[in-house]
Design a protein around this ligand. Structure first.
Ligand SMILES: NC(=O)c1ccc[n+]([C@@H]2O[C@H](COP(=O)([O-])OP(=O)(O)OC[C@H]3O[C@@H](n4cnc5c(N)ncnc54)[C@H](O)[C@@H]3O)[C@@H](O)[C@H]2O)c1
Length: 385
């Protein structure tokens, strides 16, 4: 690989890769006006990114060995670029130095597989996405909350940061169907944290309707968010993840698509959604085959119905209300009747919850001998063949 005219956002993930500790890199934050501790050679002196990473790693490791410290601020010769390093976001912004002596031994708690990792969740402002964001923060991850609802994402990030008393989340306003918007989001990730370890493609929409009457624009809307959005986001996330892997060649990262049980079996009068969710699994398998060379694992999670979430339970626009009004559930007289009908379809007799999805997500991150899989979390409602 060679640096391109987008070198400003290509350097930070390569630097992050230099700090890889066996699980993750440090946070690499673009700064300015700080005293530079270590200047790395001009990238134009090397014929490939691989060569630059090799030379930089030698200088970097020598600095670390001599002082038992990471350089607080790294500069790049002839680029007018500098980066603060930190074990967390605030430390990287302060750029005052990080010990290179290992502290606590690794724990065997599954949640620790995301501790101090950089994660990004699209559609993170509400529903499953919000639950995933909260849970990742609880497990010690830093989370970019990326959502079209920028105000909702910001309110959630502010609340989480206030509660944690350090910066554990940042909001980004994004439309996953718009390539320029996603590229800008990933550029911001590169500048703020130097890359990411776990990307969760969760943003999704649903427009149910008969194939005989569903408007083409509704079909295309669902496809553009649920299917094309996953492609666009993976395109830009995988570039950064691949750059992070260059220095060590053992830096595993995860792309996780939130598909659905409707990605595993058809859904009556809901073809646009089920088709997109099936398609997401096809993309998952294909991207997994391609990105394995970069140590990027690509997997999908297929949750059952999140009956407590806003999609179903919103008192005005939720599916319970819509299905009651449309008479979709024979004999149902109340919202509670509709809910019971959907619960009774699940062998485990309840809707899917965020904590169920999180168990699958943490398993996927922990498991470094699997890729291209679609993990059902359906309470037994859909079983794999
Ligand atoms: N709710 C369920 O029962 C259920 C079941 C299985 C799978 N899923 C999947 O889980 C994911 C989340 O579902 P949910 O029910 O929590 O949804 P939700 O409607 O509660 O939240 C979706 C979020 O995505 C955001 N979003 C929508 N379009 C976007 C776009 N173009 N760009 C950026 N953000 C956008 C919204 O602003 C919202 O915050 C979806 O992919 C959905 O298909 C949901």
């Amino acid at each position: 690989m060679t640096f391109t005219d987008r070198i400003v956002v290509e350097i930070p993930p390569v630097l992050r890769g230099l700090t890889f500790d066996g699980q993750k890199g440090l946070v690499v934050h673009q700064t300015e006006g700080k005293k530079v501790d270590l200047t790395l050679a001009d990238p134009s002196k090397f014929s490939s990114i691989e060569d630059a990473a090799k030379a930089w790693q030698t200088v970097f490791d020598a600095y670390k060995k001599e002082r038992s410290l990471y350089p607080a601020v790294v500069g790049i010769e002839s680029q007018d670029l500098q980066y603060g390093l930190g074990t967390n976001y605030d430390e990287a912004c302060r750029a005052e130095g990080v010990s290179a002596i290992p502290t606590l031994p690794p724990s065997t708690n599954r949640g620790d597989v995301v501790r101090d990792k950089i994660t990004l969740v699209t559609g993170g402002a509400q529903g499953f996405g919000e639950g995933i964001v909260r849970s990742l923060v609880e497990q010690g991850a830093f989370v970019f909350i990326a959502d079209m609802n920028g105000d909702g994402a910001k309110a959630l990030a502010d609340k989480l940061n206030y509660e944690a008393c350090i910066t554990v989340a940042k909001s980004i306003s994004v439309n996953v169907t718009d390539e320029a918007s996603v590229e800008a989001m990933m550029d911001e990730v590169a500048r703020e944290t130097g890359g990411l370890d776990v990307f969760v493609s969760n943003a999704g929409v649903l427009r149910a309707g008969s194939v005989k009457s569903l408007a083409l624009k509704d079909f295309q809307f669902v496809t553009s968010v649920d299917y094309t959005g996953f492609f666009i986001c993976t395109k830009f996330a995988s570039i950064q993840m691949a750059l992070q892997n260059i220095a060590s060649q053992i830096y595993f990262t995860d792309i996780i698509a939130i598909s659905s049980k409707s990605g595993l079996e058809g859904s009556n009068k809901n073809g646009a959604y089920a088709g997109a969710k099936f398609g997401v699994i096809g993309l998952t398998q294909s991207f997994a085959l391609e990105l394995v060379v970069d140590n990027i694992k690509v997997n999908a999670i297929c949750p059952g119905n999140f009956l407590d979430g806003p999609l179903w339970s919103d008192p005005k626009r939720g599916l319970f209300v819509q299905y009651l009004e449309a008479g979709k559930v024979p004999g149902a007289k109340t919202v509670a009747d509709v809910r019971r009908f959907y619960e009774s379809k699940v062998p485990m007799n309840r809707g899917c919850r965020t904590e169920d999805v999180m168990k699958a997500l943490l398993y996927i991150v922990e498991q470094t001998y699997e890729t291209g899989q679609a993990v059902p979390v359906t309470g037994g409602q859909v079983m794999l063949n």
